[in-house]
Design a protein around this ligand. Structure first.
Ligand code: RIB
Length: 327
């Protein structure tokens, strides 16, 4: 994993403020997050061996962000400290409605995440071949992602790029990728094919068009997360759209995309076929939205297998012996 660390400052409110408006909130919490660290921790909680490459500031948040990864057994020996820039901070706003359903908005100030240099990831040219998969997101410099992708390609290591937060410039990274993972709005923005929804369900034709556009851009496999509408997967041989689990109350969607991607990558690296990996990742995502916070809500293998048993889909049970190594 080459990616971001973010300290999330989470504010809950009954109503997002409008332009120029102030509202009184109803809760505040701080939590460790960042798309890179969240995905790394999800993979580790499923039993994967994970190495995190990234950067934090020389401050208290930086130490907490590293400690959170260490607590999940992640190798942080390649996490660097930035003496110029502070640790990244995320302003997470949660709007909680009367039914307890929550929507979020996030502003991330990149800080040290954008301080990673090409020289600092050069060691991966020799080392990248040790890994089963490399996960990247867009909270670190584009040129660092591009360079890591080149190293991975030369060593034949699959790369998953999560196109979040949305950035049009990331289009140039797509040709040659093994996997691209986007949510519905990123997919629409990057492909020019908006995804339509009706009564909470995604219109399969519009999703298929977005997948095809991505494939035409030169990526091998496309994963599109669709929030409550589930997720879709496609390549030149297969396409499917699977609904999310029913009867799940969304307490906080923060980190749900990360848990889905971290889980999908782990399951595929452990040998699961794409459809099974999406079905299992749906369980992981649904458990993530059921609890407040990003990393605090990322489920363990035990929690996932318990829910799978409760729902009677025992063919999906993920057993540790299936896992070899991935990161
Ligand atoms: O995907 C959720 C994450 O996005 C949060 O933890 C926040 O830090 C931002 O990076």
């Amino acid at each position: 994993m080459v990616g971001s660390f973010v300290k999330d400052l989470i504010v809950s409110t009954r109503k997002f403020p409008g332009q120029g408006e102030t509202v009184l909130g109803c809760g505040f919490q701080m939590a460790t997050g960042g798309k890179g660290a969240n995905q790394a921790i999800q993979a580790a909680r499923l039993g994967a061996g994970v190495t995190m490459v990234g950067k934090v500031g020389d401050d208290g948040f930086g130490k907490e962000l590293i400690d959170a990864c260490l607590a999940d057994g992640i190798d942080c020996s390649h996490v660097m400290t930035d003496r110029q820039n502070p640790s990244s901070v995320g302003n997470v706003q949660l709007q909680v409605d009367e039914n307890g359903t929550t929507q979020n908005r996030i502003i991330v100030v990149p800080g040290a995440n954008m301080g990673i240099t090409l020289e600092e990831v050069a060691f991966l040219e020799r080392e990248i071949a040790r890994y089963d998969m490399v996960l990247l997101q867009l909270e670190i410099p584009l040129e660092v992602n591009r360079r890591v992708m080149e190293y991975a390609r030369r060593s034949g290591v699959p790369v998953m790029l999560n196109t979040a937060p949305a950035d049009e410039k990331s289009r140039e990274l797509i040709p040659g990728l093994t996997y691209v993972a986007s949510n519905e709005s990123e997919a629409g923005e990057l492909t020019g094919a908006p995804i339509r929804f009706r009564n909470g369900a995604a219109d399969p034709d519009s999703v298929r068009t977005a997948v095809e556009r991505f494939l035409d851009m030169g990526v091998e496999n496309v994963l599109i997360t669709l929030g409550r509408a589930g997720a879709a997967f496609g390549n030149r041989r297969e396409f499917f759209l699977l609904p999310a689990l029913d009867n799940v109350v969304s307490v906080d969607p923060t980190g749900a995309g990360d848990s889905f991607i971290g889980a999908f990558s782990t399951f595929v690296s452990a040998g699961a076929d794409h459809r099974t990996a999406v079905r299992m990742a749906n369980y992981v995502g649904s458990l993530t939205v059921s609890t407040l916070g990003a990393q605090t809500s990322l489920p363990s293998l035990e929690q996932i297998n318990r829910l799978i048993r409760e729902r009677g889909e025992t063919e999906l049970l993920f057993l540790p012996e299936k896992l070899t190594r991935c990161g």
